[in-house]
Every structure is written in structure tokens, then in C-alpha cells.
Design a protein around this ligand. Structure first.
Ligand code: NAD
Length: 361
């Protein structure tokens, strides 16, 4: 198969981790007879430096024309003082909206090899951690009106708005995802306080009639934040709005060991998806070749699985990551617990995982 992948390296550790994912994709292409063509697109701080804009239309167009987009991360202290609507992270919001990717899918799964890296008690980890957060991505408070006003004391407001159709389309993704897994869907909101949450709950319950095989439960977001650390084994699929999903998915990533391990996919109505690790640009470790590239490598695997229909190739990458960990290799962020662990730099991790794929029959 021939596929055109738009590649956004971004800022901080972005270029380092994306390079390793491309190494892995190249080995997959060679092994399975595919051709992956990469088109570089600028977004984030590097685009501000080059064009004075975190996502110029020309760069968004490259992403829209591609079969899918692989993204590292954007942002960093260098751009902290630029005005709000020109910040690197605005590029992220714009690409999500521009591509119409309304559903962000973040797995929280513990690799047995990394059980000791989880901050949770062993008896909790032993019960298993394997759930997915389906987060609404292009609505809610992040996309509502933001303004600061007042002559004397300043007042700010950010508007949270959801329509029934926005809730319905993400709700369907939640039910469909649960249907392919253990058939349990937990809808998370704050319906004791927010109107948007009350609408959310009523739309999700209306949809439940179409999915009688899926067991639906409701949970307030504050309780959910507690339950994720108390007993994560209770969750299969969580569906929630944009800001709640942002916060809960970072919490979920921590209990699995490291934020550097978690991939994500963002999809809308077409197969052109946006694939990125869930972490940021980690400016504190950029340029040192010590970042963990596995979240990005697994994001590339998700791209193969969900956008290119290449399940076997995706399985191959995931097996190679498993073999890398089983052999005791660890990047610095996951170097804890256990004897005989072998330190691996970011580039070494990419080389070793690529070598595992070559060796896999
Ligand atoms: P961060 O995720 O970049 O880093 C948090 C901590 O995790 C840091 O200690 C970092 O070193 C570590 N870390 C992150 N990824 C790692 C990896 N792959 N390997 C090893 N360690 C890793 O979050 P932050 O420090 O809050 O944000 C830094 C910048 O990234 C900010 O400008 C922020 O706005 C931006 N950001 C971008 C995205 C994105 O591009 N999708 C997401 C979140 C934050």
C-alpha cells in the first residue's frame, strides 16, 4: 500500500521522538512491502519562529491532503510570553478543528513489565489496568469564547458549550468502542452543577437504547478522578467531554507508569486521523536523547491499525515494544524497580524496537 503521512515534529523532544517512530515505520514498510511517503509540516513554536503563526493554512493543507498525520509535541518556555491566540498550543486546537477530529482515544493500559513503575499499590495494579478514555476533542470550554474585561479589577470568562449533536457523535464512539471491548461504558460529567453535563447525560442515556448490549454507568468527574487511583480495574471505556478528558487521561497515564508510554488517536468522519503521544514537548529533557519514544511509536501503530487497516503491522510494532521491555531495556523515565535493567537512550530505543520488528517472523 502507498500512504502519504504528514509529519509534524514540533518543538522540544518532538523531533527526537518522531524520528524514532519513522525508523519503526520504515522497517514496517520494508517488511510488508508498503511505501510510506512523509511530508513535513510545521506547527507550534517552530512555526511561530518561521511564519509568525502556530499553524499557517499551508501547513494545515498538507495535513488535510495526507492519509494521516503523525505529531510529536509542541510548545515550550520560549513561546510562553506570546499572546494567547498565537501560542504554540493554539496550533493543536486548530489542527484538531481543521481536521474535524472530534474523538480522542487514549488507552490506559499497564504493560506487565512496567508494573513496578506504577505509583499505585501492587495489590491494585494486580487487579489489572486496561481502559480507554474517549474524549470529545473539538468542543466544550477549550473552544468556547474566552475573554478578559473590566477597567479596574479584571474579570475573565471561558464559555463551555455543547450541542446535542456534538454529544451524540462522541457518545456513539464511546458505545461502539465499548462494544468491541468488555461492553462497559462509563459516562463522566458534572451533572450536579453544570447544564452542559445535564444535557450530556440525557443524550448519552437516549443513545443507550440503541446499545442494549453495552452496560452504561454514570459518574461525576470528581468521583472518577478518585476511582481511577482507587480501583482502575472497574473501567473499560470512559466517555467524557474535552476538559474532563484532558485531565483524567493525564491521571490515567501516570498510573500506568510513565506519560512517555501512552499513544493516542484522534478521528472524525474520515480515516485521516491525527496520531500523537499524550505528553507535551518536555523542554526539560529536550536535545539530550533521553526521551521515551514509545508513546510516539505506539501512536504510529495506532495509525496503521485505525487509519490504514494494517492490524498485523500494528501488532508487530506492539510485540516489538513488548520484547524491548521484556529484555530489560528502559528509557530513563521508566527505569525503576527490578534488577538488571538496561538503560536505553531515545535513539537506541528506536533502533532496538526496529530490530525486534525485523527479527519477528
Ligand atoms: P510534558 O508532558 O511536556 O512534561 C511533563 C513531564 O513529563 C516532564 O518532566 C517531562 O520531562 C516528562 N515527559 C514527558 N514526555 C516524556 C517522554 N516522552 N519521555 C520522558 N519523559 C517525558 O508537560 P509540560 O511540562 O506540562 O509541558 C511542556 C510543554 O508542552 C508546554 O509548552 C505545554 O503547553 C506543551 N504541551 C504540548 C502538548 C502537545 O503537543 N500535545 C501536550 C501537553 C503539553
Amino acid at each position: 500500500m502507498n500512504k502519504n503521512i504528514a509529519v509534524i515534529r514540533g518543538d522540544g523532544i518532538g523531533p527526537e521522538i518522531v524520528n524514532e517512530a519513522i525508523k519503526v515505520l520504515d522497517v514496517i514498510a520494508q517488511k510488508y512491502g508498503h511505501t510510506f511517503k512523509y511530508t513535513d509540516a510545521d506547527m507550534g513554536g517552530c512555526a511561530i519562529d518561521k511564519y509568525g503563526d502556530p499553524l499557517p493554512q499551508s501547513e494545515l493543507d498538507k495535513c488535510l491532503a495526507a492519509d494521516s498525520v503523525l505529531l510529536g509535541a509542541v510548545g515550550g518556555p520560549k513561546w510562553d510570553s506570546v499572546p494567547g491566540n498565537m501560542r504554540p498550543e493554539k496550533g493543536l486546537l486548530r489542527i484538531r478543528a481543521g481536521m474535524g477530529v472530534y474523538s480522542n482515544n487514549r488507552p490506559a493500559k499497564i504493560w506487565p513489565q512496567l508494573a513496578s513503575a506504577s505509583p499505585l499499590k501492587p495489590e491494585i495494579v494486580e487487579k489489572g489496568i486496561d481502559f480507554i478514555i474517549v474524549r470529545e476533542l473539538i468542543g466544550g470550554i477549550y473552544f468556547g469564547e474566552h475573554r478578559t474585561f473590566g477597567d479596574g479589577e479584571k474579570v475573565s470568562e471561558d464559555v463551555m458549550r455543547y450541542s446535542e449533536s456534538e454529544i451524540e457523535r462522541i457518545g456513539r464512539i464511546g458505545f461502539e468502542t465499548a462494544r468491541k471491548r468488555r461492553k462497559k461504558l462509563c459516562s463522566v460529567e458534572k451533572s450536579n452543577v453544570l447544564d452542559t453535563s445535564r444535557l450530556w447525560k440525557s443524550v448519552i442515556h437516549r443513545l443507550a437504547g440503541e446499545y442494549p448490549d453495552v452496560e452504561l454507568s454514570d459518574m461525576l468527574v470528581d468521583n472518577c478522578a478518585m476511582q481511577i487511583v482507587k480501583d482502575p480495574s472497574q473501567f473499560d471505556v470512559i466517555v467524557t467531554e474535552n476538559m474532563f478528558g484532558d485531565i483524567l487521561s493525564d491521571e490515567a497515564s501516570m498510573i500506568t507508569g510513565s506519560i512517555g508510554m501512552i499513544p493516542s488517536s484522534s478521528l472524525g468522519a474520515t480515516s485521516n486521523g491525527l496520531y500523537e503521544p499524550i505528553h507535551g514537548s518536555a523542554p526539560d529533557i529536550a536535545g539530550q536523547d533521553i526521551a521515551n519514544p514509545i508513546g510516539t511509536i505506539l501512536s504510529a501503530a495506532m495509525m496503521l491499525r485505525y487509519s490504514f487497516d494494517m492490524s498485523q503491522e500494528a501488532d508487530d510494532i506492539e510485540a516489538a515494544v513488548g520484547a524491548f521491555l521484556s529484555k530489560g531495556y528502559r528509557t530513563r523515565d521508566i527505569m525503576s524497580g527490578g534488577e538488571g535493567l538496561k538503560p536505553a537512550k531515545c535513539s537506541e530505543a528506536g533502533n532496538l524496537i526496529a530490530a525486534e520488528i525485523k527479527a519477528n517472523k
